[in-house]
Ligand binder design. Sequence first.
Ligand SMILES: C[S@@+](CC[C@H](N)C(=O)[O-])C[C@H]1O[C@@H](n2cnc3c(N)ncnc32)[C@H](O)[C@@H]1O
Length: 382
Amino acid sequence: MADISTEFDSAAASLGQAVFSQPVSSSDSSKVTLRPIASKTGTLIQAEWFQSNKAFHKNMSVENAVSYIRDELSGKYRQVLIVSGGTAVQYILKRDGTYKRTGTSAAVSRPGAPASHDRAKNRVLSEGDAIPALVDLGIFTQDYKIIKSKYDKFKQINRFVELVDDEFKNLPSGSEFTILDFGCGKSYLTFILYWYFAVKRGVNVSIIGYDLKEDVVANCKAVAARYGYDRLSFHVADVTKDALYDRKIDMVVTLHACDIATDYALDYAIKKGAKHIFSVPCCQHEVNLSIHSGGDLDILLRHGIIKERVSALLTDSIRASLLEDAGYSVDMIEFIDFEHSPKNLMIRAKLTHTPSAKNRAAVLSLQQKYGFEQSLIKLTEK
Ligand SMILES: C[S@@+](CC[C@H](N)C(=O)[O-])C[C@H]1O[C@@H](n2cnc3c(N)ncnc32)[C@H](O)[C@@H]1O
């Protein structure tokens, strides 16, 4: 038997998150999530819930969060999950209004995941920020509230920009900076990057977005023109074969550019000597379609779903290895919680050292054994 506010209080010092779900009354929000966030006055707890398609947030001290749970949430939700200090504890509501602890497990530990203090920092972009382009793109309502169906996309771009901010927060205003976005699509990220560098940071940024789709590119051009974003341009191009910008660039970004479009983006960055790469791949089909059995790891290829995941991880590991050979220091980051997108691995790379061929032999040996195709291997052949 447990008092859930007391349980929360004991877990608060190393809280990951607490999730109250399965409301007793249908008039309550379906889920309330509490997470730590950093503020100027120290760590606060942020409660987040949805009503009428809008996300709501309330920030409070730990002490007030304990009272909030006791007064507003306890007894109203059948299920509670508290993740703290690497442990996830589940509770269910009993008839007498107390909670019973039903299970404890190790919270999934994710290599490369941001530390809790990293997650807790202030967001670069917040609901309520006056970014009119995001209204046109259907992420914000007219009064700059997040549209519920776009919440996952908002989380992704926000996290992406936080990671960019980690790298560029000291870039002086007035600096010249050029970014290429491969497979920009509706360009939520592209517009936010422009806003971040040009509006928020005062950098003389030029951003070029490429996409295959003419209608999408036409819409992005119209939105950029509407807000006078004159150094943000969009072009219809197939990045696997068309001629692209051929002057100096500083950074390449991709967010879910399909399959081998990511390899072409990485190869382009290598060949242009782009100092920074932020790339979130998706749809890594190429290896999955071509890999065959060949050695000790055949067990990983027997079931379709495992083969698909292994192929995706192998693809991104090869990309990281070849980027290292090209002189980049590479971090693989789980850039967003799996619940917001399963395509959640970011390759963050920075040009730091002299190129070598230190990883290539191992990559080629694996390729020979398992017979797969992988575009970046081919593109980076000397
Ligand atoms: C899943 S969407 C992602 C869009 C955007 N980056 C985002 O995250 O919202 C992938 C985009 O990549 C574009 N794309 C795929 N292959 C491409 C290629 N070879 N050249 C240019 N664009 C490509 C598609 O047209 C699509 O708009």
